[in-house]
Design a protein around this ligand. Sequence first.
Ligand SMILES: *[C@@H]1O[C@H](CO)[C@@H](O)[C@H](O)[C@H]1NC(C)=O
Ligand SMILES: *[C@@H]1O[C@H](CO)[C@@H](O)[C@H](O)[C@H]1NC(C)=O
Ligand SMILES: *[C@@H]1O[C@H](CO)[C@@H](O)[C@H](O)[C@H]1NC(C)=O
Length: 413
Amino acid sequence: MASNVSRRTNKKSNSIKKGDATSNQPKTKKKSHPGKAKYLVICLALIAVAVCFIYFYRSSESKPLMKSDSPKQKGKRSSKSTTSTDKTRSPTKDDAKEIPPELKDFNASIQKEFKITPIKIEGQTLKFQELKSNLSSSVRAYVIENFLSDFECDNLMRVHKKYLEIFSKNDPILCFDSLPTLKKNLKELKLKYKVSNKDFIVGTTCLNESFSSQLKPHFKWSYSTAFYPGENKFSTAYAERIQDATGLKQQNGGKFQITSYPIGVGYKSHTDCIVYEKGKGELRDRYATVLVYLQDVEEGGETEFPLLGIKVKPKKGLALVWNSMDQDGNCEPLSLHDAKKVKKGHKYIIQRWYYYKSFLTLGKRPPEPSLPKRKREQPRVSCDEYEQGSCRWYDEWNYDHIKEYAANVRNMA
Ligand SMILES: *[C@@H]1O[C@H](CO)[C@@H](O)[C@H](O)[C@H]1NC(C)=O
Ligand SMILES: *[C@@H]1O[C@H](CO)[C@@H](O)[C@H](O)[C@H]1NC(C)=O
Ligand SMILES: *[C@@H]1O[C@H](CO)[C@@H](O)[C@H](O)[C@H]1NC(C)=O
């Protein structure tokens, strides 16, 4: 599954650019007014200019946005989103066309291979093992024992739970990658709502707060909280440890994401990168993944690569490292994997994705979209193309739920 491109059905069409409509209209109107309305005309003209200004300002602001990454995934997990954008720049009003120096001088770093090197932590050399596949592919998978200490695991779980608690004050807003996905989810849950595009908050594919709250009891999801390089001391030490142990370069890494899976929740089969036709791939996609289990899981919760015949049982502190792209930057379909449902216990992991080709905004906390309107500390749940385990709760907002996102991504490259 996660294979081909899938994702986002959005049609770029239907939203008429708001700016166009508003800005033209007032102009034509006024001309014909007699002198008395002069002030009115001037006022209208000023408003029109202001509207134009705001429109251009905002569009320059939102285009170059990036995604985060999220693992987030979209459709079939496309991390594409995550990768996409590199050029985020902060919109200065006189933006004109000067290229900011950090953009002009940006040198992308390429990550086309990795190699496990035994490192020592507190005098102990960490043991690692390659996981053998019954099939030949460009994917190499390893486990490294005690990659995080019990203390580190416990602290990461504690921080994660703290954020869940803060965000639990508000019900999440539910977002879907498309209307058909919403329909499929409702059907599967035997919920008899008749839904149409009108049920989405304008400009997004999210449901409003009250509808989201109504649906909440019927859905299950995993929970993800994220932090970015440099936001705490651990992030720096951890990125260095990964680099020493695997050769995965810090500057090719994205955010750090902690995810928890309650009983009954897993995550469907997907690849961490988007599979394209050979040679047509997006190099700013996820080359490799470093996943560490933060505690044991009594039953279930394994990470399985069904096509490679590899299955890893969660064990506290154990790192699972694999590449999803080959040396030429093609996403390897055989890297397909899934998180088995937790049957007993509670699964916690921390993951970081490493990109084949780095980009300017990689590893930087992306700006948040203005839509939908939401409270502070209101979480988001994103569900993509329906399949078991396709909904994920996030403390972080990105652009996956904005209807024209895909069109924007195309313009951004
Ligand atoms: C990028 O590479 C060029 C050529 O090697 C170098 O002159 C420049 O300083 C580098 N820029 C950055 C931001 O490292
Ligand atoms: C929220 O969405 C539902 C379903 O579209 C709609 O019936 C309801 O009126 C909306 N509520 C608000 C407050 O907009
Ligand atoms: C590899 O092993 C898995 C699990 O044992 C199996 O489902 C798959 O068909 C195998 N693939 C090949 C090519 O033997």
